[in-house]
Design a protein. Sequence first.
Length: 315
Amino acid sequence: MSSESLVDSAPSPWRAWTNLVLLSLRRQARAHWLVWVSVGLLALSAFIVHINTSRGRWTMGHFRSPRRSGITFEQRLVQVKLAGQVPWSPEARGVHFATTAAWATVTHITSALPRFSNWIVFFLFATFLLPLWTLSFATEALGREREAQTLIWTLVRPIPRPAIYLAKYLALLPWCLAFNLGGLFLLCWLGGEPGRTAFTLYWPAALWGTLAFAALFHLMGASLRRAGIVALLYAFFLETVAGNLPGNFKRLSISFYMRCLMFEHGQDYGIGPERPWIYLPVSDTTAWLVLAGATAALLVAGMVVFSRSEYLDVR
């Protein structure tokens, strides 16, 4: 046997590690109950966005004045336009034309992007859907092998444990990014023109939020049994509920910094927290540093936990 063939057949830690990444990537493709729940929520959210878009709910045209009993803004705008048919003087007609154009802009254009952003992106996607979609894959990278008692076959590989942990993270990340960014794109595409604008503004924040959430839930999968249940409780209570409370407690949530990035990207469109003196957002630089630092810190913590754990529940 030649020396070149001996070199090719010699064990390679790098080749073993890349094979582990590819194997873990294929294993993530096996759908489980959390993934089916995520698919169902995506379908339900897409249906809700489609219904609101088809009915023109992203603008203020359906608002009534007085509330509930008055005519809609759309009907009032028609009345204002009809009033312009009166033979007024050129000066009065110019004032009427400018007022009508400003009213139409506020009613139909200016209000659409902020309303879509507040209800679909900030409230539904950032604080609820993205964490849930991420934990559907991140908690299963190690948690499924622990429950199936097949983790021992991964641990006996001639690969350091920190490298195994990192390989599992890199394998789950494409699925999380595809689901989160793809889901955001679908919701924004169904939202019409304001939705398409929203996607161009907010996808970088969704990317960084996915990295941080994936690192957190991957750590849970390495350190806790039934990590999916614990991650669900965390997503519902800390991210969805506590993440929207006034005060500084919400700064413990990842979605807070993700929304701060979104606010910074949307400020040119007049988008921001409704009560900034209560919400107290941070700058985009601070939010980016926190998300990047949290991702790195959680990965390092996960490597340490995974390296020191005995995993006596595997056999």
